[in-house]
Design a protein around this ligand. Structure first.
Ligand code: SAM
Length: 313
Protein backbone atom coordinates (compact mmCIF):
# COMPACT_ATOMS: atom_id res chain seq x y z
CA UNK A 1 0.00 0.00 0.00
CA UNK A 2 2.84 2.35 0.78
CA UNK A 3 3.75 4.39 -2.29
CA UNK A 4 6.46 6.92 -1.55
CA UNK A 5 6.38 10.56 -2.54
CA UNK A 6 9.74 12.02 -3.55
CA UNK A 7 9.82 15.71 -2.61
CA UNK A 8 10.33 17.96 -5.62
CA UNK A 9 12.87 20.82 -5.72
CA UNK A 10 13.84 20.03 -2.13
CA UNK A 11 17.28 21.66 -2.05
CA UNK A 12 15.98 24.70 -3.91
CA UNK A 13 12.99 25.03 -1.53
CA UNK A 14 15.25 24.91 1.54
CA UNK A 15 17.48 27.54 0.04
CA UNK A 16 14.51 29.72 -0.92
CA UNK A 17 13.03 29.63 2.58
CA UNK A 18 16.37 30.53 4.18
CA UNK A 19 15.69 28.46 7.29
CA UNK A 20 17.81 28.48 10.44
CA UNK A 21 17.54 27.46 14.12
CA UNK A 22 14.35 28.52 15.84
CA UNK A 23 12.33 29.43 12.73
CA UNK A 24 8.62 28.62 12.41
CA UNK A 25 7.49 27.12 9.11
CA UNK A 26 3.98 26.60 7.75
CA UNK A 27 3.91 23.75 5.21
CA UNK A 28 0.50 24.18 3.54
CA UNK A 29 0.71 20.91 1.57
CA UNK A 30 2.10 18.29 3.95
CA UNK A 31 1.47 15.26 1.67
CA UNK A 32 3.75 12.54 2.99
CA UNK A 33 5.95 15.06 4.79
CA UNK A 34 9.09 14.95 2.63
CA UNK A 35 9.51 18.72 2.69
CA UNK A 36 8.33 19.06 6.30
CA UNK A 37 10.94 16.56 7.48
CA UNK A 38 13.70 18.56 5.80
CA UNK A 39 12.30 21.80 7.29
CA UNK A 40 12.37 20.24 10.77
CA UNK A 41 16.00 19.28 10.26
CA UNK A 42 16.79 22.89 9.27
CA UNK A 43 15.05 24.69 12.14
CA UNK A 44 16.67 22.76 15.01
CA UNK A 45 15.24 21.92 18.43
CA UNK A 46 13.79 25.37 19.00
CA UNK A 47 12.07 25.56 15.63
CA UNK A 48 8.56 24.45 14.67
CA UNK A 49 6.80 23.15 11.59
CA UNK A 50 3.03 23.26 11.16
CA UNK A 51 1.81 20.97 8.40
CA UNK A 52 -1.61 21.22 6.74
CA UNK A 53 -3.30 18.81 4.42
CA UNK A 54 -6.91 18.55 3.36
CA UNK A 55 -6.44 14.81 2.75
CA UNK A 56 -7.08 12.78 5.90
CA UNK A 57 -4.76 10.06 4.59
CA UNK A 58 -1.80 12.36 5.34
CA UNK A 59 -2.40 11.81 9.06
CA UNK A 60 -0.39 8.57 9.25
CA UNK A 61 2.80 10.18 7.89
CA UNK A 62 2.11 13.19 10.12
CA UNK A 63 1.96 10.99 13.20
CA UNK A 64 5.27 9.37 12.26
CA UNK A 65 6.89 12.80 11.90
CA UNK A 66 5.48 14.01 15.22
CA UNK A 67 6.97 10.89 16.83
CA UNK A 68 10.37 11.51 15.27
CA UNK A 69 10.27 15.20 16.29
CA UNK A 70 8.58 15.19 19.70
CA UNK A 71 7.97 18.05 22.12
CA UNK A 72 5.62 20.06 19.92
CA UNK A 73 8.21 20.64 17.18
CA UNK A 74 5.76 19.33 14.58
CA UNK A 75 1.99 19.95 14.49
CA UNK A 76 -0.38 18.54 11.86
CA UNK A 77 -3.68 20.31 11.14
CA UNK A 78 -6.05 18.48 8.76
CA UNK A 79 -7.46 21.56 7.03
CA UNK A 80 -7.67 23.08 3.58
CA UNK A 81 -4.97 25.72 3.16
CA UNK A 82 -7.69 28.24 2.29
CA UNK A 83 -8.20 28.19 6.09
CA UNK A 84 -4.54 28.55 7.00
CA UNK A 85 -5.36 31.41 9.39
CA UNK A 86 -7.62 29.04 11.35
CA UNK A 87 -4.92 26.35 11.28
CA UNK A 88 -2.33 28.73 12.73
CA UNK A 89 -4.77 29.78 15.42
CA UNK A 90 -5.37 26.09 16.27
CA UNK A 91 -1.61 25.55 16.46
CA UNK A 92 -1.25 28.58 18.75
CA UNK A 93 0.98 30.48 16.34
CA UNK A 94 0.48 34.13 15.40
CA UNK A 95 3.10 34.74 12.66
CA UNK A 96 5.56 32.48 10.87
CA UNK A 97 9.00 32.84 9.25
CA UNK A 98 8.20 30.78 6.16
CA UNK A 99 5.20 29.57 4.21
CA UNK A 100 5.52 26.75 1.71
CA UNK A 101 3.19 25.31 -0.95
CA UNK A 102 3.86 22.21 -3.08
CA UNK A 103 0.63 22.16 -5.05
CA UNK A 104 -1.37 19.37 -6.64
CA UNK A 105 -1.64 15.73 -5.66
CA UNK A 106 1.01 13.50 -4.11
CA UNK A 107 2.31 10.32 -5.72
CA UNK A 108 0.28 8.11 -3.33
CA UNK A 109 -2.93 10.01 -4.12
CA UNK A 110 -2.25 9.62 -7.82
CA UNK A 111 -1.00 6.04 -7.79
CA UNK A 112 -3.32 4.45 -5.26
CA UNK A 113 -5.99 3.79 -7.86
CA UNK A 114 -9.14 4.16 -5.74
CA UNK A 115 -9.09 7.98 -5.55
CA UNK A 116 -9.97 8.52 -9.21
CA UNK A 117 -7.17 11.06 -9.89
CA UNK A 118 -5.44 8.89 -12.45
CA UNK A 119 -6.43 8.02 -16.00
CA UNK A 120 -4.21 4.93 -15.74
CA UNK A 121 -6.35 3.16 -13.11
CA UNK A 122 -10.01 2.27 -13.36
CA UNK A 123 -11.66 3.67 -10.22
CA UNK A 124 -14.80 5.48 -9.08
CA UNK A 125 -15.07 9.02 -10.48
CA UNK A 126 -14.23 10.69 -7.17
CA UNK A 127 -11.19 13.06 -7.26
CA UNK A 128 -11.87 14.63 -3.86
CA UNK A 129 -8.68 15.56 -2.04
CA UNK A 130 -10.49 15.44 1.28
CA UNK A 131 -13.26 12.97 1.95
CA UNK A 132 -15.29 15.51 3.92
CA UNK A 133 -15.95 17.37 0.66
CA UNK A 134 -19.23 16.50 -1.02
CA UNK A 135 -18.76 17.38 -4.71
CA UNK A 136 -17.26 14.52 -6.78
CA UNK A 137 -16.17 14.18 -10.39
CA UNK A 138 -19.13 11.81 -10.91
CA UNK A 139 -21.56 14.56 -9.93
CA UNK A 140 -19.94 17.01 -12.34
CA UNK A 141 -19.89 14.69 -15.36
CA UNK A 142 -23.39 13.35 -14.73
CA UNK A 143 -25.25 16.55 -13.82
CA UNK A 144 -23.56 19.64 -15.27
CA UNK A 145 -24.87 21.04 -18.56
CA UNK A 146 -22.87 20.61 -21.75
CA UNK A 147 -21.97 24.33 -21.68
CA UNK A 148 -20.78 24.19 -18.10
CA UNK A 149 -18.72 21.06 -18.76
CA UNK A 150 -17.20 22.72 -21.80
CA UNK A 151 -16.19 25.76 -19.74
CA UNK A 152 -14.60 23.58 -17.05
CA UNK A 153 -12.57 21.58 -19.58
CA UNK A 154 -11.59 24.70 -21.46
CA UNK A 155 -10.80 26.97 -18.50
CA UNK A 156 -9.21 24.46 -16.11
CA UNK A 157 -7.74 22.00 -18.59
CA UNK A 158 -6.96 24.32 -21.51
CA UNK A 159 -8.46 21.45 -23.55
CA UNK A 160 -8.80 22.20 -27.26
CA UNK A 161 -11.48 19.52 -27.64
CA UNK A 162 -13.54 20.70 -24.66
CA UNK A 163 -16.82 21.13 -26.55
CA UNK A 164 -16.54 17.76 -28.29
CA UNK A 165 -15.64 15.89 -25.10
CA UNK A 166 -18.54 17.57 -23.24
CA UNK A 167 -20.92 16.59 -26.07
CA UNK A 168 -19.74 12.97 -25.95
CA UNK A 169 -20.09 12.90 -22.15
CA UNK A 170 -23.64 14.23 -22.31
CA UNK A 171 -24.66 11.73 -24.96
CA UNK A 172 -23.03 8.79 -23.08
CA UNK A 173 -24.70 9.65 -19.79
CA UNK A 174 -28.10 9.72 -21.50
CA UNK A 175 -27.67 5.92 -21.84
CA UNK A 176 -26.44 5.38 -18.27
CA UNK A 177 -24.60 7.48 -15.66
CA UNK A 178 -20.81 7.47 -15.79
CA UNK A 179 -19.39 5.72 -12.76
CA UNK A 180 -15.69 5.03 -13.37
CA UNK A 181 -12.59 6.78 -14.66
CA UNK A 182 -12.23 3.99 -17.22
CA UNK A 183 -15.59 4.88 -18.78
CA UNK A 184 -14.59 8.53 -18.94
CA UNK A 185 -11.24 7.71 -20.56
CA UNK A 186 -13.01 5.71 -23.29
CA UNK A 187 -15.40 8.63 -23.96
CA UNK A 188 -12.48 11.08 -24.21
CA UNK A 189 -10.66 8.73 -26.59
CA UNK A 190 -13.76 8.56 -28.78
CA UNK A 191 -14.16 12.36 -28.73
CA UNK A 192 -10.57 13.33 -29.56
CA UNK A 193 -9.80 12.62 -33.24
CA UNK A 194 -7.48 9.64 -33.70
CA UNK A 195 -4.78 11.54 -35.63
CA UNK A 196 -4.58 14.12 -32.79
CA UNK A 197 -4.38 11.36 -30.18
CA UNK A 198 -1.59 9.54 -31.95
CA UNK A 199 0.37 12.74 -32.66
CA UNK A 200 0.34 13.91 -29.02
CA UNK A 201 2.89 12.68 -26.51
CA UNK A 202 0.52 13.17 -23.57
CA UNK A 203 -2.40 10.93 -22.64
CA UNK A 204 -5.60 12.28 -24.27
CA UNK A 205 -7.38 12.32 -20.88
CA UNK A 206 -4.70 14.36 -19.10
CA UNK A 207 -6.32 17.78 -19.56
CA UNK A 208 -9.84 16.59 -18.78
CA UNK A 209 -8.67 14.91 -15.57
CA UNK A 210 -6.76 18.04 -14.53
CA UNK A 211 -9.83 20.19 -15.21
CA UNK A 212 -12.19 17.96 -13.24
CA UNK A 213 -9.78 17.75 -10.31
CA UNK A 214 -9.49 21.54 -10.19
CA UNK A 215 -13.27 21.91 -10.33
CA UNK A 216 -13.99 19.22 -7.71
CA UNK A 217 -11.54 20.76 -5.24
CA UNK A 218 -12.03 24.41 -6.18
CA UNK A 219 -8.25 24.51 -6.36
CA UNK A 220 -7.65 27.87 -7.97
CA UNK A 221 -9.86 29.85 -5.64
CA UNK A 222 -8.39 28.05 -2.63
CA UNK A 223 -4.90 29.00 -3.83
CA UNK A 224 -5.82 32.67 -4.30
CA UNK A 225 -7.30 32.84 -0.81
CA UNK A 226 -4.35 31.03 0.74
CA UNK A 227 -1.72 33.25 -0.88
CA UNK A 228 -3.41 36.33 0.54
CA UNK A 229 -3.61 34.80 4.01
CA UNK A 230 -0.02 33.57 3.76
CA UNK A 231 1.27 37.12 3.26
CA UNK A 232 -0.66 38.23 6.33
CA UNK A 233 0.77 35.35 8.36
CA UNK A 234 4.41 36.07 7.49
CA UNK A 235 6.72 38.04 9.77
CA UNK A 236 8.67 40.86 8.10
CA UNK A 237 11.63 39.27 6.33
CA UNK A 238 9.76 35.94 6.17
CA UNK A 239 9.82 33.89 2.98
CA UNK A 240 7.08 32.44 0.83
CA UNK A 241 7.86 29.64 -1.64
CA UNK A 242 5.39 27.97 -3.95
CA UNK A 243 5.87 25.02 -6.30
CA UNK A 244 3.26 24.71 -9.03
CA UNK A 245 2.82 22.05 -11.69
CA UNK A 246 0.70 23.65 -14.38
CA UNK A 247 0.36 27.01 -16.04
CA UNK A 248 -2.94 27.97 -14.36
CA UNK A 249 -1.46 27.66 -10.88
CA UNK A 250 1.83 29.25 -11.88
CA UNK A 251 0.01 32.22 -13.40
CA UNK A 252 -1.89 32.80 -10.16
CA UNK A 253 1.29 32.66 -8.06
CA UNK A 254 3.24 34.86 -10.44
CA UNK A 255 0.51 37.51 -10.71
CA UNK A 256 -0.05 37.49 -6.96
CA UNK A 257 3.65 38.02 -6.21
CA UNK A 258 3.89 40.73 -8.87
CA UNK A 259 0.80 42.56 -7.57
CA UNK A 260 2.02 42.43 -3.97
CA UNK A 261 5.44 43.77 -5.02
CA UNK A 262 4.06 46.81 -6.84
CA UNK A 263 5.32 50.11 -5.52
CA UNK A 264 2.74 52.17 -7.38
CA UNK A 265 -0.59 51.27 -8.93
CA UNK A 266 -1.44 54.71 -10.38
CA UNK A 267 -2.60 54.73 -14.01
CA UNK A 268 0.18 55.55 -16.51
CA UNK A 269 0.66 59.25 -17.24
CA UNK A 270 -0.05 60.55 -13.72
CA UNK A 271 2.74 63.07 -12.98
CA UNK A 272 2.99 62.22 -9.30
CA UNK A 273 2.06 59.05 -7.40
CA UNK A 274 -1.24 59.40 -5.58
CA UNK A 275 -1.99 55.76 -4.76
CA UNK A 276 0.11 55.34 -1.61
CA UNK A 277 0.59 51.68 -2.43
CA UNK A 278 2.71 49.85 0.12
CA UNK A 279 4.27 46.70 -1.33
CA UNK A 280 4.05 43.70 0.95
CA UNK A 281 6.40 41.39 -0.95
CA UNK A 282 9.72 41.61 -2.77
CA UNK A 283 10.70 39.15 -5.49
CA UNK A 284 14.33 38.65 -6.45
CA UNK A 285 13.83 37.06 -9.83
CA UNK A 286 11.18 37.19 -12.52
CA UNK A 287 11.73 33.66 -13.75
CA UNK A 288 10.77 30.62 -11.68
CA UNK A 289 13.32 28.13 -10.37
CA UNK A 290 13.14 24.87 -12.36
CA UNK A 291 14.33 21.34 -11.56
CA UNK A 292 17.68 20.23 -12.94
CA UNK A 293 17.81 17.59 -15.66
CA UNK A 294 19.25 15.17 -13.04
CA UNK A 295 16.22 15.66 -10.81
CA UNK A 296 13.84 15.15 -13.75
CA UNK A 297 15.60 11.95 -14.79
CA UNK A 298 15.42 10.61 -11.21
CA UNK A 299 11.86 11.83 -10.62
CA UNK A 300 9.90 12.43 -13.87
CA UNK A 301 7.07 14.06 -11.86
CA UNK A 302 9.37 17.01 -11.26
CA UNK A 303 9.43 17.89 -14.97
CA UNK A 304 6.70 20.53 -14.90
CA UNK A 305 7.53 21.98 -11.46
CA UNK A 306 8.12 25.72 -11.09
CA UNK A 307 9.22 27.30 -7.83
CA UNK A 308 8.51 30.97 -7.13
CA UNK A 309 9.79 32.79 -4.10
CA UNK A 310 9.06 36.10 -2.37
CA UNK A 311 10.12 37.89 0.81
CA UNK A 312 7.66 39.67 3.14
CA UNK A 313 8.60 43.32 3.55
C1 SAM B 1 2.39 17.43 -4.11
S1 SAM B 1 1.70 16.93 -2.61
C2 SAM B 1 2.82 17.52 -1.40
C3 SAM B 1 3.92 16.60 -1.11
C4 SAM B 1 4.81 16.99 0.06
N1 SAM B 1 5.50 18.22 -0.19
C5 SAM B 1 5.77 15.87 0.40
O1 SAM B 1 6.99 16.09 0.31
O2 SAM B 1 5.33 14.78 0.76
C6 SAM B 1 0.36 18.02 -2.39
C7 SAM B 1 -0.44 17.77 -1.13
O3 SAM B 1 -1.22 18.94 -0.91
C8 SAM B 1 -2.49 18.57 -0.52
N2 SAM B 1 -3.39 19.66 -0.91
C9 SAM B 1 -3.75 20.03 -2.14
N3 SAM B 1 -4.58 21.08 -2.10
C10 SAM B 1 -4.74 21.38 -0.79
C11 SAM B 1 -5.47 22.37 -0.09
N4 SAM B 1 -6.24 23.25 -0.74
N5 SAM B 1 -5.37 22.42 1.25
C12 SAM B 1 -4.58 21.52 1.92
N6 SAM B 1 -3.89 20.55 1.31
C13 SAM B 1 -3.95 20.48 -0.03
C14 SAM B 1 -2.79 17.29 -1.22
O4 SAM B 1 -3.76 16.55 -0.51
C15 SAM B 1 -1.41 16.63 -1.23
O5 SAM B 1 -1.26 15.76 -0.14
Amino acid sequence: MSIEHTPVLLKESLQALSLSDGKIVLDCTFGRGGHSRAFLQSVGREGRVIGLDVDESAAEAALALATDYPGGRFTFVPLNFRNLDVALHMAGVARVDAVFFDLGVSSPQFDEGGRGFSYWHDAPLDMRMGLSQTLTAAEIVNTYSEDRLTSILHDYGEERWARRIAKFVVSARAESPLVTTGQLVEIIKAAVPKDVRTAEAQHPARRTFQALRIAVNDELEALEMALQKAVEALKPGGRMACISFHSLEDRIVKKFMQAQSLRCSCPPGIPQCICNTTPLLATERRKPILPTSEEISENPRARSAKLRVATRL
